[in-house]
Design a protein around this ligand. Structure first.
Ligand SMILES: Cc1cc2nc3c(=O)[nH]c(=O)nc-3n(C[C@H](O)[C@H](O)[C@H](O)COP(=O)(O)OP(=O)(O)OC[C@H]3O[C@@H](n4cnc5c(N)ncnc54)[C@H](O)[C@@H]3O)c2cc1C
Ligand SMILES: *[C@@H]1O[C@H](CO)[C@@H](O)[C@H](O)[C@H]1NC(C)=O
Ligand SMILES: *[C@@H]1O[C@H](CO)[C@@H](O)[C@H](O)[C@H]1NC(C)=O
Length: 423
């Protein structure tokens, strides 16, 4: 057994005996309280578990959970290879993969967790196990989408893909184009089956220094096609700036990372809707009303951002994860909102505002547009991706069985408060 894992097992044993609260950190990107650092407890910082090693005659790669996607791409591009990984360079591999993982290959390979070949994991009952489809298959399945509920993962094996030049980048638009942009985004979602290689999302943001709400589409064709028909509706509109160009996935990941600066405090939440232009209009109106009401409190160092992402039928049809999304649900729209600020004395107020915005949005969407699914990687701690409202009972029962087998004493629920648990 490698030394690092042995050390983790011993440390975990002591923490369990002493009943110490634990947080586990890979990339540290979660803004949920207690997720990747903890007051009055111990943070297990996996920083040293960050190696990237080719294996299986360069057909797959073992990645340490604390590696960042930019490091993974740098290493693999050097060998002419890539993986279906994160779109943002500084995000950690660990949390991203266990919470699902939305990559530029989603239409072809599903969530990043769907591609995983094998996990190395320390279970809550302190065993170091390998989990893959034909070995501890129940644990393998449960790890895909549960964001740390079933143990501490020390390595992840993903299949290799050939490296490629991609074509894409950000395009900025004035708010007057919003309706046309919603139409284009819905079209991209509906038509995904015709071109699996073209993907994109739409963000709009508000900050006190900006004159109004600004829209940015980030589009990327992973085959390097400069003008796929799937992007026509976006590129034929009048834009403020167009940063689309030939690049590598690493360059794109670093570019998106730069537009997501670190060092802010954050409050976030997510919602899912049945994709339609009308649902996007509801989101826009809700945010605009919210900004109008709270404009003064949102002044200073604060920003508000909303991202709309197609969850296409090809994407959700792939993979054996815990999400229970089905193509019959139709094309869905993943909505995420985030408020950013720097002044710690504002924490309580802005958490409260984030919940207020959520309440308004869910009310605006109503039964007509709302879909119960929750994406764990974007969810606030107070949202519940394992609840009966989100997850079918059959899935919950299977997860309970896995929990009873690998955590019979309920150690994780008692000691790891920053993640969601299954009873
Ligand atoms: C700027 C930004 C951009 C993002 N872009 C994307 C995107 O393009 N696509 C997408 O899908 N998501 C995206 N996300 C969401 C991101 O995937 C999640 O926040 C993810 O959980 C972060 O992983 P991490 O390892 O960096 O975080 P961490 O905070 O270290 O971990 C997150 C959670 O996972 C648990 N965990 C971490 N490592 C382990 C482990 N080894 N074993 C057990 N449990 C563990 C932690 O306890 C914690 O609760 C983005 C987030 C940010 C802030
Ligand atoms: C362990 O800690 C938890 C959370 O702090 C507490 O609720 C529980 O009573 C403790 N159990 C023991 C056996 O000390
Ligand atoms: C572009 O927009 C038109 C008009 O709304 C629509 O019919 C078409 O399907 C869209 N094309 C794509 C590729 O989304």
């Amino acid at each position: 057994m490698p030394d690092g894992q042995q050390g983790l097992l011993l440390a975990l044993e002591v923490m369990v005996q002493r009943n110490v609260s634990i947080a586990i950190e890979s990339g540290g990107h979660s803004s949920n309280p207690g997720a990747s650092n903890i007051a009055g407890g111990i943070t297990i910082d996996l920083a040293k578990f960050n190696t990237v090693t080719l294996t299986d005659h360069d057909q797959s790669v073992w990645i340490g959970p604390a590696a960042r996607w930019s490091d993974v791409y740098t290493f693999l591009e050097h060998h002419g290879l890539t993986v279906s990984g994160g779109r943002v360079g500084h995000v950690g591999v660990g949390g991203y993969v266990f919470g699902g993982g939305f990559s530029w290959f989603a239409n072809q390979h599903g969530w990043t967790c769907d591609s995983v070949l094998e996990f190395e994991v320390i279970t809550p009952n302190r065993r170091l196990l390998h989990a893959r489809k034909d070995w501890n298959g129940d644990l393998f399945w449960a790890l895909k989408g549960s964001l740390g509920a079933f143990g501490l993962v020390t390595a992840i094996k993903l299949p290799i893909l050939p490296h490629r030049e991609v074509y894409g980048g950000p395009i900025g638009y004035a708010a007057t184009e919003a309706s046309a942009l919603f139409d284009a985004l819905h079209g991209l979602n509906l038509n995904a089956g015709k071109d699996l290689r073209s993907q994109g999302y739409l963000s709009f943001g508000w900050s006190p220094s900006a004159t109004g709400v600004e829209y940015t589409a980030y589009l990327l064709n992973i085959a390097g096609n400069e003008a796929p028909p799937a992007f026509e509706n976006f590129t034929s509109m009048s834009s403020i700036h167009n940063g689309m160009r030939e690049m590598t996935i690493k360059e794109s990941a670093n570019e998106i990372a730069r537009s997501n600066p670190l060092g802010y405090r954050r409050a976030k939440f997510t919602l899912t809707a049945k994709s339609s232009v009308e649902a996007m209009e509801v989101v826009r109106r809700t945010v605009e009303d919210f900004i109008n009401v709270y404009r003064e409190d949102l002044a200073g160092d604060k920003r508000l951002g909303v991202t709309l992402q197609p969850l296409t039928m090809p994407h959700v049809s792939i993979g054996d994860n815990i999400f229970s999304l089905k193509p019959e649900d139709g094309p869905l729209l993943l909505i995420s909102a985030e408020i950013w600020w720097k002044d710690a004395t504002r924490d309580k107020m802005l958490d409260h505002y984030s919940k207020e915005l959520y309440g308004r949005m869910i009310q605006g969407l109503g039964d007509k547009h709302w879909h119960p699914w929750l994406y764990p990687n974007y969810a606030a701690k107070w949202q519940e991706p394992f609840s009966g409202r989100v997850m079918p009972d059959r899935t919950r029962r299977s997860l309970t069985k896995v929990r009873e087998k690998y955590d019979p004493d309920g150690v994780w629920k008692r000691l790891v408060p920053g993640v969601w648990h299954i009873d």
